[in-house]
Design a binder for this molecule. Structure first.
Ligand SMILES: [Zn+2]
Length: 235
């Protein structure tokens, strides 16, 4: 009898011990949303974001609103910075204010463009942001440009173009295209110039001026960049 009681008592103690271990372990693995810091898909990636124009150089002009391209590029650049950081990227902005990147004087524009190229030192990709315009107001839709014979930039341009077409649903989807731009040509890393839409198209101009649409553009660019990294890494 005595042995049986002892045996049952021992069993009970074991059960309690196991229960305590299990519940303790359970507590240890509970991680709240705030504490969870998973590395984003862009962790370890540095992106140079270049809001085109600035200062004396206004760029294109909104046909109906008179809004300058340089201002919209900067708004989009800041939205893109936030969206990239949310995915774990480090971001270099070539400008955070309404300024040109060169002093007045000879070859001002070329020096401004060179400063944008130089700002990307140490980055992994370069994204130059612009808004298009054209005499024919029917033209619309985003279009991404890359330097000819640059395979990585072509891959990046294609991925961003596809993402923008899918998310922004333009009336007439365009394809990524080669373009001879200083900021791309002189760059030694994957580099694209993104024309987000036409400020000469009445409907698109209104969209490009809205914070919501700029947010959608930014997210489309981020998604395209993530897709590019998958493709480039053969994943
Ligand atoms: Zn421009």
């Amino acid at each position: 009898m005595g042995k049986k009681v002892l045996w049952l008592g021992g069993l009970l103690l074991c059960a309690v011990a196991v229960f305590m271990v299990v519940t303790h372990q359970g507590k240890d693995v509970i991680v709240t949303e705030n504490e969870r810091k998973l590395p984003g898909p862009l962790a370890g990636v540095t992106v140079c974001v270049d809001p085109g124009h600035g200062g004396y150089d206004g760029g294109a002009v909104g046909r109906d609103s008179g809004e300058l391209e340089k201002a919209i590029n900067l708004q989009l650049g800041k939205a893109l910075e936030t969206a990239l950081k949310a995915q774990g990227a480090d971001v270099i902005l070539t400008r955070e204010k309404d300024i040109a990147l060169s002093d007045p004087g000879a070859e001002r524009k070329r020096r401004d463009l060179k400063a944008r190229v130089d700002a990307a030192q140490g980055a992994d990709v370069f994204l130059s942001l612009h808004m298009n315009e054209y005499p024919d107001r029917a033209q619309s839709g985003p279009q991404v440009f890359y330097t000819a014979d640059d395979a990585q930039s072509r891959l990046l341009a294609g991925a961003i173009q596809q993402s923008m077409n899918a998310n922004l649903a333009p009336m007439r989807p365009r394809s990524a295209h080669t373009g001879d731009y200083y900021v791309l040509r002189e760059q030694s890393l994957p580099a694209v110039l993104i024309e987000c839409g036409f400020l000469s198209n009445a409907e698109e101009e209104q969209k490009l001026l809205s914070a919501d649409y700029q947010q959608l553009c930014a997210q489309s660019i981020v998604n395209g960049l993530i897709e590019y990294l998958h493709l480039a890494n053969g994943a």
